[in-house]
Every structure is written in C-alpha cells, then in structure tokens.
Design a protein around this ligand. Structure first.
Ligand code: HEM
Length: 224
C-alpha cells in the first residue's frame, strides 16, 4: 500500500477508489434513509437488520470508517502537494481559466462535509455505538417494545438549526460530487466509450442524492 502512495498517480488512484467506495455507501445510505419518509416500520426493520447483522457491523462498518478517514487524510495530502506544485504553474498559464470553481475548491467543500460528518457522528453514530456496545443493548427496542430507530431519527430533525446545518452541508456535498464523481472515474482510469454517459450519470447523482437528503431532513422536520 505505502508503495502506491509514494507516487502522485498512486495517491490519486487510491483517492479515487476511496471516493468510489464512499459514493456506493452514500447511495445505500440514501436509500435506507429515504425509506423513513414512506414507512416507519420498513425503516425500523432495515435499520435493525443493518445495526445487528455481523457482516455490516464487524466487516463493512470498520471498512467504511477507514474509508472515510483515508479519504479525508488523502484529500489533505493531495491538496498540500498540489498547492506546492500549483503556485508555479497557475502564475504561468492562468489555471483559473481552465478549471471549474468546484474543482479548485474541493478542499473547502470537503471541509464542509467533514464538519457535517463530525456533527452527524455525534447525532447518530456515537449514540448507536454507545447503546449497542457500551450499554450492550442490541434489542433496538424502546420501553414500549417498539423499535427506536424511526423515533430517534425524527427527534433529531426537530431543531431547525440542525436541519439548516445539514441542508447547507448537503449543498457542499453536491458541489463536491459535481467535480468528484467524474474526476474519481477518470483517476481510476475509466476513460472509454461509456465516459460520456457516465458524465451525465455523475451530474445526476451529484444533484439528486444531496437534494434527496435535503428532502428527508425537511420532511422529518415538518412531519414530527
Ligand atoms: C438526512 C440525511 C441523513 C440521515 C437521516 C442519516 C442517518 C444516519 C443514521 C440513522 C446513522 C446511524 C446508522 C447506524 O450506525 O446504525 C447514520 C450513520 C452514518 N451516516 Fe448518515 N444520514 C444522513 C446523511 C448522511 C450523509 C450525507 C453522509 C455522508 C456524507 C452520511 C454518512 C454517515 C456515516 C459515514 C455513518 C456511520 C456509518 C454507519 O453507521 O452507517 N450520512 N446516518
């Protein structure tokens, strides 16, 4: 692994792989949370399955947390290295003209998403880890015998400040994905006859998923 990360191509490739993995996670995370808009029971059942099935808990979750941390750390490493390289070339050929605002500001949209992830882990993931692995309650049940997941999710979206922060973060998520989606496929070497179609799919993904998350947050705020 360290060999790959010694070259800029290797670092970009590793960054692209972590990005592709996180975009697959985001799609499943969106699908599960969208369920909560249509059926509290279905959301509770799927959340309990995901929250107790050993492959998800002990294999996929550690891989996901590693993927999130790796993506952010590598993002900073690449930004620092690019910044050093860029200062010279930009002056010469007016780099601003050749790149989009989104691509020049990936570090800032990334930082906004990192701030969101910190709040989000405080809101959802840490309480989940506390209930299941510190208090040892894997039942997922409230005192009244009902599953707790839907009620906990709705409760989080009562406060308008949290809803506002989440929605602002989802706008930055869209800006990050608008450049990141296609750049990840490019760095992973996907340059073929499907690239044009992939570009269109990438734009749709970058707009629909964050908009969908905004809808979920607003839906629970106005329907609790
Ligand atoms: C309205 C939008 C969202 C809702 C309602 C939501 C809900 C949740 C819930 C309930 C959990 C705890 C799951 C568990 O640990 O069992 C969770 C965890 C997590 N969320 Fe979200 N989420 C939203 C948006 C996002 C976004 C946009 C991202 C990424 C940019 C994200 C990344 C994560 C990660 C990495 C975890 C921890 C891993 C996991 O346990 O699944 N979430 N979220």
């Amino acid at each position: 692994m360290s060999g790959i990360l010694n070259s800029s191509i290797g670092r970009k490739f590793a960054m692209a792989l972590s990005a592709l993995f996180l975009m697959v996670f985001l799609l499943q995370h969106f699908a599960i949370n969208l369920l909560s808009v249509f059926s509290a029971d279905a959301f509770n059942d799927v959340s309990h399955f995901m929250g107790t099935f050993w492959v998800i808990q002990y294999v996929m979750q550690p891989v996901l947390i590693f993927g999130v941390i790796f993506h952010f750390v590598m993002g900073f490493v690449l930004e620092i290295k690019n910044k050093k390289a860029r200062t010279i070339s930009y002056a010469k050929n007016n780099g601003a003209a050749n790149s989009s605002w989104m691509s020049r500001n990936m570090i800032y949209s990334g930082l906004a998403i990192l701030a969101f992830i910190c709040l989000h882990f405080y809101d959802f993931w840490l309480p989940e880890i506390n209930t299941k692995y510190i208090q040892g309650d894997m039942t997922g049940l409230l005192a009244n015998g009902e599953y707790r997941y839907f009620e906990e999710l709705q409760h989080k979206f009562v406060d308008i400040w949290r809803v506002a922060l989440y929605c602002i973060a989802f706008v930055f998520l869209a800006l990050h994905l608008l450049h990141g989606f296609n750049s990840a496929f490019q760095s992973a070497g996907a340059n073929n006859k499907y690239t044009k179609g992939l570009k269109g799919f990438g734009k749709a993904y970058a707009i629909i998923i964050p908009l969908g998350f905004i809808f979920i947050a607003l839906f629970h705020h106005f329907n609790h």
